[in-house]
Design a protein around this ligand. Structure first.
Ligand SMILES: Cc1cc2nc3c(=O)[nH]c(=O)nc-3n(C[C@H](O)[C@H](O)[C@H](O)COP(=O)(O)OP(=O)(O)OC[C@H]3O[C@@H](n4cnc5c(N)ncnc54)[C@H](O)[C@@H]3O)c2cc1C
Length: 394
């Protein structure tokens, strides 16, 4: 059995980008995916918040991310449907606008607040009667699976191998991980990189290690092509999800218990329409330790429909199917990458918040680093995202 330099587990955005960048850096790579398309990437809006940097690190990476997105269609030889659109972060009637404006100053390039009438000029489908106004800024956008497919095709052209087989476990010999296990066989590699989204936690745990990677259950409605046209990406301005994620990450003992709700769900009414006129209406996020869906699809679907119809009446009772996926997060909002302490040969590449902005540049930097490219060996940006910034239990 041929041993690879690297096995990457998971073909969401993280695994697809990293496997391509590693192959481009000269590594022999096997990409393994279970073919379960209910991934965070599959149901993503695909927004690229290039403007949302709050620190030197995120500002630099988000800018690099936008540059990388502009390079990728030519480099990968495929259309990723990259475009710019208006982001509208709606402010509900009665909300404290001044307080929200103040809170948006945290961003290095804050979106500007516009009145309800101006917001409706930008997006005529919005209901001016139910909002005070909206924050708006130009936002990047790609087709999520279009980008993954583009990375995969270019990866295979570079000689990368793509195996559609679920990984059932890691081969651990003492303090060394030497490969992965599928139902049929073991695949050896010098380094295994787990980029399996929320399932990364489960896979690493099966090898006897716990990493501080958490997840929400995200629920959306996916529609067929619609006659109605929604031009912008609409989401709520008041967003408690990120605070709740940080709070949930502190409940480390609860995360060790199966089938436990960590805290109540959050509903953020939002919508994006793609080039083929299909739309994704989101999003409910549930904090629950089970890996299977815990919600009643029809109740959740109705709640999503009602919430979006309030803001975008043309979407009332629109046809669509309820979908569920898991989305990862970390305690400090930065990804978890690099060697997992306690064993050798095992790395993590997961936990991205805002992955469409962050993954392309971080995958490129990380692949160069792993391949030993001299300019990347002392990458201070990567240092800030390493797994070992947190205590990891063995
Ligand atoms: C409604 C919604 C809107 C979003 N909007 C945005 C947005 O606008 N911008 C943004 O940046 N992000 C957004 N996100 C978040 C984001 O898109 C995803 O969380 C992200 O793409 C995660 O990528 P990933 O590769 O880390 O994980 P995933 O996409 O979850 O991929 C993990 C992959 O690993 C595979 N896998 C798992 N276990 C195994 C195994 N044992 N063996 C083999 N393969 C395995 C899975 O099948 C999957 O293909 C949104 C998410 C949702 C749900």
């Amino acid at each position: 059995m041929k041993s690879h330099d690297v096995i990457v587990v998971g073909n969401g955005l993280a695994g697809a980008a990293l496997s391509y960048e590693l192959a481009k850096s000269g590594c022999s790579v096997l990409l393994m995916d279970d073919g379960n398309y209910d991934s965070g990437t599959r149901y993503s809006y695909g927004g690229i918040g290039w403007w949302a940097g709050t620190t030197d690190l995120t500002e630099t990476l988000f800018n690099e991310g936008m540059t990388r997105h502009r390079e990728l269609p030519d480099e990968l030889g495929a259309d990723t449907q990259l475009r710019e659109l208006d982001l509208l972060l709606t402010v509900n009637k009665g909300a404290n606008v001044e307080q929200l404006i103040e809170s948006y100053q945290v961003f290095r390039t804050p979106p500007r607040f516009v009145s309800a009438a101006e917001a409706c000029d930008i997006e005529p489908q919005l209901n001016a009667d139910v909002i005070e106004g909206a924050f708006t800024i130009r936002h990047g956008h790609v087709n999520p699976m279009g980008l993954v497919t583009a990375y995969n095709q270019a990866f295979r052209r570079l000689g990368g191998l793509h195996n559609m087989t679920p990984v059932q476990g890691l081969v651990r010999v003492g303090d060394k991980v030497t490969g992965v296990l599928t139902e049929a066989q073991a695949y050896p590699a010098k380094t295994v990189i787990v980029a399996a989204g929320a399932y990364s936690r489960q896979l690493v745990q099966a090898a006897g290690l716990t990493v501080p990677l958490f997840f929400t259950h995200a629920e959306i409605i996916e529609t067929p092509p619609l006659a109605v046209e929604v031009r912008s990406l609409i989401m709520p301005a008041a967003n408690s999800r990120f605070e709740k994620e940080a709070e949930a990450a502190e409940q480390s003992s609860l995360w060790q218990t199966a089938d436990t709700e960590i805290m109540p769900a959050v509903l953020e009414a939002g919508v994006i329409q793609f080039a083929d006129k299909t739309a994704r209406i989101g999003q409910i996020s549930r904090f629950h330790t089970a890996y299977m869906p815990t919600a009643d699809a029809s109740t959740s679907g109705q709640a999503l429909q009602d919430a979006i119809a309030h803001q975008v009446p043309a979407l009332k009772d629109v046809a669509g199917s309820w979908r569920h996926c898991l989305v990862t997060f970390t305690q400090d909002g930065l990804p978890l990458l690099g060697p997992i302490p306690g064993v050798s040969g095992l790395h993590l590449f997961s936990g991205f918040t805002g992955p469409f902005a962050l993954v392309p540049p971080v995958a490129q930097r990380y692949a160069r680093h792993l391949a030993g490219k001299p300019e990347s060996l002392a990458d201070k940006m990567l240092d800030q995202m390493l797994v070992d910034r947190f205590a990891v239990s063995a």
